[in-house]
Design a protein around this ligand. Structure first.
Ligand code: NAD
Length: 377
């Protein structure tokens, strides 16, 4: 079978769904690989490198028409769906809950669709395919880089002939995958890092990365199942706001990552807290796309409010395109190995396999999402 990799057409998207090093491995599994001309350019992977790795480089239209399996990053647009035909397998981010219309179109087209965002993440066997984790890791790193770029001082404390420089003080709200990545990155740049999360189990992880965990003075566990957070009680939220106000006054940099599945992002940083921050401080709101953790965030933009730069970029992973494409391509390679255990260049979507069943949101033209819950381990 042929795996086709189109060029992402979403405005500003720099990632690509495979990279030359992975093409070689897909070819070893028995697949032919064709890549659209220029598909990897924005991520620094040129057509020549794909050819050298064993791919054919073709015009976009030939990829959509000729591939048996399509590797994508962004959900397909209506136009891209038109270019597809029944029987093809599409692999990429789909976000079925947010995109019911897209789901209907994909089904009507007679496709089989594997949504990387629907992978059952608690299956340890599925971790190697977990693209949400790899993208969140890249984004958390990049959030710190964006913060450092907007901040007018060093992150590390230094004693120089020209004077003593204190380390930057960083507060991270939400210590899931992205938050932990941001903690590790900020610590490695020399900042003093504090973090908070509503899930008690996050505390040890924060400390293991060199941060200090700041608890909310209110007894309520935030775990809502599957490792994810729940919406907290009014009483907890009031206590949390009080603590966050203190952290905002302390911090030079705040990076917010708090999300609750299927709900708008919790509002954690109020306009008043922003106002109380030191001039020149920076907030990076990684929840911008889900409504923002900060009241003053403008999704997709960096704005200055009360002397504080508030970064609401929604494309952090794409801003580190070579890295995110490489990790994503590896996740897709691991998935392909699962689909092609015989290494004969044929993908088999085995609906009896928990991991594959979970991410198969359309199966041979029928919507198969949400998958039945996994049996308790
Ligand atoms: P996420 O992106 O849904 O949320 C980010 C973080 O925000 C979470 O840690 C959450 O607890 C926190 N949060 C939510 N509301 C908050 C609030 N009001 N105040 C402060 N923090 C708040 O989460 P994620 O990064 O996708 O990770 C979710 C969980 O899944 C974690 O426990 C992670 O370790 C786990 N996980 C497990 C696997 C695996 O087992 N293979 C893979 C990936 C993630």
């Amino acid at each position: 079978q042929c795996i086709g990799v189109p060029r992402e057409i979403f405005a500003g998207e720099k990632r690509v769904a495979t990279v030359p090093a992975v093409v070689e491995k897909l070819v070893k599994l028995g697949f032919r690989v064709s890549v659209a001309a220029g598909a990897g350019e924005a991520a620094s992977f040129g057509d020549e490198a794909y050819r050298a790795a064993g791919a054919q480089v073709l015009p976009s239209s030939a990829i959509w028409a000729g591939a048996d399996i399509l590797f994508k990053v962004r959900p397909p647009t209506a136009e891209e769906i038109q270019w597809m035909h029944a029987g093809q397998i599409l692999v990429g981010f789909v976000w079925p809950a947010q995109n019911p219309e897209l789901m209907a179109q994909l089904a009507a087209k007679g496709l089989t669709v594997l949504a990387m965002d629907a992978l059952p993440r608690t299956l340890s066997r599925a971790q190697k395919m977990d693209a949400l984790t790899s993208m969140a890791g890249v984004s958390g790193y990049r959030a710190v880089v964006e913060a450092a770029h907007a901040f007018g001082r060093f992150f590390s404390g230094q004693i120089t002939a020209a004077g003593k420089v204190p380390p930057a003080q960083v507060f991270i709200a939400g210590a899931g995958v992205a938050g932990l990545s941001a903690i590790g990155t900020a610590v490695s740049l020399g900042a003093v890092v504090r973090a908070n999360d509503t899930r008690a189990e996050a505390a040890d992880q924060v400390v293991s990365l060199g941060g200090t965990f700041v608890p909310v003075d209110y007894a309520e566990e935030g775990g809502g199942g599957g490792g994810y957070a729940k919406v907290m009680s009014e009483g907890f939220q009031a206590a949390q706001r009080q603590m966050y106000a203190q952290q905002a006054a302390w911090a030079d940099i705040i990076i917010t990552t708090a999300l609750i599945p299927g709900k708008p992002a919790p509002r954690l940083i109020t306009a008043e807290m922003v106002q109380a921050m030191k001039p020149g401080s920076v907030i990076v709101d990684m929840a911008a796309e889900q409504g923002g953790n900060c009241e003053l965030t403008v999704p997709g933009e960096a704005v200055v409010r009360h002397g504080v730069t508030i970064v609401g970029y929604t494309d952090l992973a794409s801003r580190l395109a070579a890295q995110s494409s490489t990790l994503y391509a590896n996740n897709l390679l691991r998935l392909t190995e699962e689909l092609c255990k015989a290494k004969d260049g044929h993908a088999v979507v085995n609906m009896e396999d928990d991991a594959i069943r979970g991410l198969t949101v359309v199966y041979q033209g029928s919507i198969s999402w949400p998958a039945p819950a996994l049996a308790a381990a």
